[in-house]
Design a protein around this ligand. Structure first.
Ligand code: MG
Length: 259
């Protein structure tokens, strides 16, 4: 059974009518939690469990570009392993599509510390039913823009400025401390997508929900019937190579979204 709270301990009352932009974290927020094996990533990099990966690598290899590149390659490999089996949160596509349909005035962004490649791969998975983002900010965009990654609020200020809206009228939706701090630092509303391991971050959230369907209710968005993505192996092709497509199924329609 879904539960949600209107306000966090330090929360600001959320007003959906004022909403001008929504920034979504990716891992554990729009995807199911724990798809990327951060324990394995840190073990391969020799980084203690409590340390921030990107910050530690910057500090450790700031003067050694070759070492830094080798470490980033390990991150790419572990992220790619997770992406191969990526599973969306229930109602992920429906929520994003409903935002587009019901609130075309609201801008949306994917904000992730993943690579540009993984962020683009994820966005391509959503291309059913009109689900899409106005902006995608991965760690590579942050690097290009000389902008610190989460938990810095820089990305909120950057996007609000780009969209011509106030950061206080935006919401950051995430599942981790860094997401909440990023939003709070800019004065944005914060929404925690709860799982069994992150409830300690509730106190940083204006809104805590346990599903994207519950978030949609707070945003006053009518959701369409859920779609499902089915990975289909098309078997041997003419040239002998197997062909696989992801088929998006919703309300009786099917659409191949990836080859
Ligand atoms: Mg996350």
């Amino acid at each position: 059974m879904e539960s949600s709270r209107q306000e966090g301990a330090q929360g600001r009352q959320f007003d959906p009518n004022k909403l001008a932009g929504v920034l979504f974290d990716m891992d554990g927020t729009l995807t199911l939690p724990h798809q990327i094996d951060f324990t394995k990533m840190k073990e391969r990099l020799g980084i203690p469990p409590h340390e921030d990966v990107l910050r530690t690598l910057k500090e450790r290899y700031g003067d050694s570009p070759d070492e830094y590149a080798r470490a980033m390659q390990i991150i790419d490999e572990v992220e790619a392993e997770g992406a191969a089996e990526l599973a969306l949160q229930p109602y992920c596509r429906e929520l994003l599509a409903a935002l587009r349909r019901s609130r075309p005035d609201v801008k949306t962004a994917l904000v992730t510390r993943n690579s540009r490649k993984q962020a683009a791969h994820f966005a391509s998975m959503l291309e059913c039913n009109g689900a899409s983002f106005d902006a995608i900010i991965s760690r590579d965009e942050c690097e290009t823009l000389s902008m610190p990654v989460k938990p810095s609020p820089a990305v909120c200020f950057h996007l609000a400025n780009q969209w011509g809206v106030s950061p206080e009228d935006c919401m950051f939706v995430g599942d981790f401390r860094d997401d909440m701090l990023c939003g709070k630092g800019a004065g944005a509303w914060t929404c925690l997508i709860e799982n069994h391991k992150n409830q300690e971050f509730r106190e940083l959230a204006d809104l805590s929900v346990d599903s994207l369907a519950a978030l949609a209710r707070h945003l006053q968005l009518p959701l369409a019937a859920p779609s499902s993505s089915v990975h289909v192996d098309m078997g041997e092709g003419i040239g002998g190579g197997g062909v696989a497509v992801d088929v998006c199924v919703s309300s009786g329609s099917m659409k191949a979204v990836a080859g």
